[in-house]
Design a protein. Sequence first.
Length: 256
Amino acid sequence: MSSAPLAATTAGFCVTVIIPKPVGEKTMYEGYAGLIFDMDGTLLDTEKIYFQCWLQSAKELGFPMSEEAALHVRSCCAAHAEPYFRQLYGTDFDYYKVRDRRRELVSQYIAAHGVEQKPGIAALLEFCKQAGLAYAVATATSQELARERLALAGLDGMFPDIVGGDQVKHGKPDPDIYVIAAKALGLPPEECVAIEDSPNGIAAGLDAGCNVILVPDLTPPEPGDRERLFGIAENLEEVTELLKPVCHRRGEDKNA
């Protein structure tokens, strides 16, 4: 893989923050008590690496792969990704061979260049602490590798609750990982806000019952996102600002 810095090309998009819609005298999202973060593309600037390595792996092994297909499988577990590629490219497509080579390429790149964290993490976590919000990570990456890469990005020990893709039977876009992460926080999913960057992650969060904030990374919001999500933020700093108006400590009298 080239040693030059990776650059992901994405379409421009207009960022919109959605204020929760009233339901009677309350809001749809009143009472959240925890945040659950996706990792790749949300906390860490790594999705662009995965994207390029999918393309390179397929090319090296003689298999087709479009940019659209590589983007489609972001945060996607093997149970969904393998049939997707086979439907797209035929039964000769060796998903596991391509995936394993992609993993090697990603590891090589990170070993050479390190991992960058997304801006705004420290301020958002400080906000969580001040507001009394619990928080966890729910990632398609294995738990051990997630801890390793968070540490490489300077986030060692900042997320004690990490649920990895190796800990669930059904990974994203299925909801299991968010259900388990909410349970780790001692909360129902309905009291959690999932922070995601990809359609597969959004589907997992919504199906689990979480509220979801999209922070787009490699692709812009999809049609309907503005109507079905808690909000859309340009970055994690904007997530903090989006959460402040509806934040309260669990059990706090919001009318006090």
